[in-house]
Design a protein around this ligand. Structure first.
Ligand code: MN
Ligand code: MN
Length: 465
């Protein structure tokens, strides 16, 4: 066999995921990236992502679903409890199933406890309870912003957003200095959740020797600024998120480093996809959930499929037999559970099995199953559906790669996919791979970002069951 024959056969029979930069227009990719970075810069909590999403939707002519004319083509959105949103494009006639892209807009972070404020050794601090899977040491000594709402006894909701503007003060969880970390009996101090105490003030309200005068001064500042008292903090959602800006990364500017890309990267790319789609192959829903990082529980998590009810209402307004149609619709609905995967970090290669690991810059990852230790908790998409999605990606020149989250028996994870599967819908996980997932500064390849957008757009414009 000649070398050429060998190379030809190799090309013909072997599968090697391609580099996602090949064929991309860098100007277009950079423009998309910078819009994505400004979205992330503001959208650091689920509530603000919902607000920013609504702004983009209204600009494009979408209306709240409560105001939509169900008899005609519906281009509308439903905000559910301020923390989730579903976007609908429903043509005049619904024949079969829908195309759905689902992602989550909550990210790992640190929340304030219900009674957070205390004073110790001349410093006012706040107790916290972390949210989602974090490596606790990563949250020390970085500037943090506090964003969220405080609901007063009157029912009035006060918005707090401090630290994200460069002129604002920030907050820090301060670590022990290395000089005092030399206890010979211990290698490094174990960090536990009760050590994540946030510094919020250090000035007394009076110089008379009185207890808690620094705490009281902080409460006074809060009252002057927001009209709240300590008890109001019991009915609040205050989140600590990195006060850092998304930045281009590397000499070649090929990457983006930013907080909260898991999973706002899929939210943003799927939102842009539905906004930019020239036509839709089937009725389409793009939905963002909350609470994925803590198991999808809670009314705003994917265990509550809140986005289906408005579709029932559309069907009944059109006098279509919706019990029959709903069954048909569930059976024929195709869902992309759009969530991030782990890109191989060359320094920690040993946790991956390289034949099935996602590489940075090699396109959107198609994950047949998630779960852990023998696929437990996995949706495990059927081969037929995987085949259809693979063909869609190939037909539309999407750079894609199959991927698993780490070596068998080492790790794993879950997504929202199983909550669609248990309804009876076809669903598969797909999204870009990140470095440093769940850290305060996650990294993505711009090429993977752009191919994710292209993949979701192809799904909306062309996918049929
Ligand atoms: Mn995720
Ligand atoms: Mn996550």
């Amino acid at each position: 066999m000649s070398k050429k024959e060998y190379e030809d056969l190799k090309k013909k029979f072997e599968f090697l995921p391609r580099n996602a930069w090949k064929g991309l227009n860098e100007g277009v990719v950079n423009k998309f990236s910078s819009e994505y970075m400004s979205f992330l810069s503001k959208g650091k909590t689920e509530r603000i992502v919902v607000e920013e999403t609504v702004k983009l939707l209204e600009k494009a002519g979408y209306v709240p679903i409560e105001k939509a004319d169900f008899k005609n083509e519906v281009k509308a959105y439903k905000v559910y409890r301020s923390k989730t949103v579903a976007v609908y494009r429903i043509p005049k006639k619904i024949e079969k199933g829908f195309n759905v892209i689902a992602s989550h807009i909550d990210s790992p972070r640190i929340d304030l406890k219900p009674r957070p404020v205390y004073e110790d050794t001349g410093i006012a601090l706040a107790k916290t309870h972390y949210y989602g899977g974090i490596k606790k040491y990563q949250w020390f000594n970085i500037p943090l912003a506090m964003i969220g709402v405080v609901v007063k006894e009157s029912g009035e909701s006060v918005k707090i957003n401090v630290g994200n503007d460069p002129k604002d003060p920030v907050f820090v969880i301060s670590d022990l200095l290395p000089h005092l970390e030399n206890d010979p009996n211990k290698k490094l101090r174990d960090i536990n959740g009760e050590m994540l105490n946030l510094i919020i003030g250090s000035k007394p309200i009076t110089f008379d020797k009185i207890d808690s005068s620094i705490k009281l001064n902080v409460l006074k500042v809060l009252n002057e600024k927001y009209g709240i008292v300590e008890e109001d903090l019991t009915s609040a959602e205050l989140e600590l998120v990195p006060a850092t800006e998304p930045r281009e990364m590397g000499f070649d500017r090929s990457m983006i480093a930013a907080y909260g890309q898991d999973d706002r990267i899929c939210a943003y790319t799927s939102l842009k996809a539905i906004l930019d789609a020239k036509s839709i192959s089937r009725p389409t829903v793009v939905v963002f959930f909350d609470k994925e990082e803590i198991g999808s529980d809670g009314s705003t998590g994917a265990k509550n499929q809140f986005w289906i009810l408005p579709i029932k209402k559309v069907l009944s307004a059109r006098n279509q037999d919706f019990s029959l149609l709903l069954e048909d619709f569930i059976e024929n609905t195709a869902v992309l559970s759009s969530d991030v995967s782990a890109a191989v970090n060359p320094t920690f290669k040993e946790v991956h099995e390289m034949n099935n690991a996602a590489l940075l810059g090699h396109g959107i990852v198609l994950t047949k199953y998630t779960g852990s230790r023998g696929k437990f908790g996995a949706n495990d998409a059927d081969a037929e559906f995987v085949g259809k999605i693979r063909r869609l990606f190939n037909d539309n020149k999407i750079a894609w790669q199959p991927g698993e989250l780490g070596k068998v028996d080492i790790g794993g994870g879950g997504t929202v996919s199983k909550y669609f599967a248990e309804e009876g819908m076809h669903v598969i996980d797909t999204g870009p791979a990140l470095l440093g997932m769940h850290s305060p500064y996650e990294i993505v390849s711009k090429a993977d970002l752009y191919h994710s957008y292209l993949a979701y757009k192809a799904f909306i414009e062309k996918f049929e069951m």
